[in-house]
Design a binder for this molecule. Structure first.
Ligand SMILES: Nc1nc2c(ncn2[C@@H]2O[C@H](COP(=O)(O)OP(=O)(O)OP(=O)(O)O)[C@@H](O)[C@H]2O)c(=O)[nH]1
Ligand SMILES: [Mg+2]
Length: 223
């Protein structure tokens, strides 16, 4: 059996996590990864939850030095690098590099390249209401997911929730192909592939803290 069914779901070789911390935080006006939620930096909160399920948590960012002072157990940094632009119709452009940040899909691909486990839990760093219990329930489902599904994700009316769910390590080649052809959208990539739907019992778990108003809402929320 690939996943333990008891409350300690860590299984040494089955699951790792990638936490993305390389965005611009332009709407927040300050680095979201470092904002304090009830005294805890948001990136640390997310990594600690991921660390309850996974033995290795990769933090993907172009600037690891910004986060080295945090208490990030089980974490390794993956330093994100600029992506050579691959425009097949114009080979001369391969010398141009894409500026950072180049978006979460490319950050995920660079993190996935170092993952050793069959499945990886991908998380944004701006999910202050993330619930370990829901993630644990999802982990229990992983062994029953059809082989052709590249990912297992919650869904909302407009599409997938790509930054809080699970991906097979084996999807890296198709992901790299998509990126090499200029693709940068998770929704567009996922639409081309088979994806398993995960139930979302608590919709507010995916509350995205993008703006100062979002932050005030989270901090005021006593729950
Ligand atoms: N590693 C990495 N993470 C990214 C990149 N772009 C976005 N992210 C992460 O993806 C998650 C969702 O990011 P968004 O909230 O959509 O965007 P953002 O750039 O952080 O913020 P805005 O500038 O306000 O859009 C966050 O965890 C970001 O840190 C990137 O280029 N590289
Ligand atoms: Mg966001």
């Amino acid at each position: 059996m690939a996943y333990n069914s008891n409350s300690n779901l860590k299984s040494p070789h089955s699951l790792s996590a990638i936490v993305l911390a390389g965005g611009k935080s332009s709407r927040m006006g300050q680095d979201k990864a470092l904002i304090l939620i009830h005294g805890v930096p948001l990136l640390q909160l997310i990594c600690n939850i991921a660390g309850t399920l996974c033995n290795t948590v990769y933090v993907v960012t172009p600037t690891p030095e910004k986060y080295q002072h945090l208490s990030l157990k089980h974490c390794q940094f993956v330093r994100e690098v600029p992506l050579p632009q691959e425009n097949l119709s114009n080979p001369a452009s391969t010398k141009i590099t894409l500026p950072l940040p180049h978006g979460p899909l490319v950050g995920f691909a660079q993190g996935l390249a170092v993952v050793q486990t069959d499945w990886v839990l991908l998380l944004a760093c701006d999910l202050p209401k993330l619930q370990a219990e829901v993630l644990q329930d999802w982990v229990r489902e992983l062994e029953n997911i059809p082989q052709d599904a590249i990912a297992a994700l919650p869904r909302h009316a407009k599409g997938w929730e790509p930054l809080c769910g699970f991906y097979r390590r084996s999807c890296l080649p198709v992901l790299n192909d998509f990126i090499a052809q200029g693709g940068r959208s998770f929704q567009a990539w996922l639409a081309q592939n088979s994806v398993h739907i995960l139930p979302l019992p608590a919709a507010d778990m995916l509350f995205n803290c993008n703006t100062p108003d979002d932050l005030a809402f989270v901090i005021d929320d006593k729950q």
